[in-house]
Design a protein around this ligand. Sequence first.
Ligand SMILES: [Zn+2]
Length: 391
Amino acid sequence: MIIMDTEISQENIRVLSLEAGRRIINIIAGNCQITLKKGQGLDAKFIFISNFYKGVRVNIRVAFLPISSKLDKESALFEAVLRIHGLNKVIDFKYIGFTDDKVELLEKSYIHPQGLIISTGPTGSGKTTTFYAMLKLLSQKKSSIITIEDPVEIELRESNITQMNISEDFGYSEAVRIMLRSEPDIMMIGEIRDEITAKHALIAAETGHLVLTTLHTNSSLSIFGRFKSLNIDSGQLFSVLKFVTAQRLYNPLCPECKKRIGSEKLPSIYRYALEENLKFTASMLSKTNMCNRFLDFKEVSCFDSVYVRGEKSCDNCGGTGYVKRKPLIEIAEFNDAVKEEIYGNMTALFNLSSLEEILMNLSNFESLKVQSFNKLINGEIDPVTYFNLSK
Ligand SMILES: [Zn+2]
């Protein structure tokens, strides 16, 4: 059983023993009047339990996952993941762990009275938490806000925010239709999954609303291909698009116990991949004005050493070698200069390296790949974390 604090950093705050976990799962299942049967999980339907923790009211979202156990076929049938979502805490970008320059860009991105802002990233990348921070910020401007979520993860108490829950009988496209009729200033659509929802989101953005949504893509710049597969006209999308973000969470190395090793000690497959990435990133940066922003990077021509986690017990990190998770975000700003450049050559939307080059030269775009490379060179992350971030 794993308990996670998702509101802050998605850090695992406690892993319980098998026996303690079993007892708690049975208590929760009993209280929620759930009968857990072998082979069945509740990984799609979440159960919320409200409680108080250190004086703060929290929601605990429980997902039961069926597992197989070779050791004990009768009793070890389920794993439960408890995610804690606070209700009272003020969430802001700084608190989540974004650096000052990213906070500035994020705050700037939400001042638009209308248009489309898209957030991409895999499940568990912290993008929902970022959205909630954004909604808190926007609600201070007294705008009327409606959200559609599946499910509502954090209840927001602001009177100008209405949150709608998606269910089996009440899908995204129907909820978006109701939302449009209500004429809010700002709409948050949990996820664009189909053509109808995508079309409604664009209509809303074209008719004076600010629309925030998420999309399942690998990178922020691949949204154009994804929208095309939903039969959305690229020109129509491009005309309302303001910002696209891609987010990941990563574990920085513990500064107290990390150690430097010669790159010859790395497995050859890693060493080869790092050298290839170095060449690729260097050639990408050389085409742009980005080198000035990455002075440390400029000095590196090959990898002679890297930092890895320490092996000895360390009080600072409890011997794990890593410290509290942090978010990493790339923000693609489609400002006037970028738009003007791309309107001259719309095919650039489907050529990721051309698009990246335009964004790097005409906005503050720093891809996840470039940022994580810089972190590797600066010894903030190890090669394993780097490859996970730059996938
Ligand atoms: Zn340490």
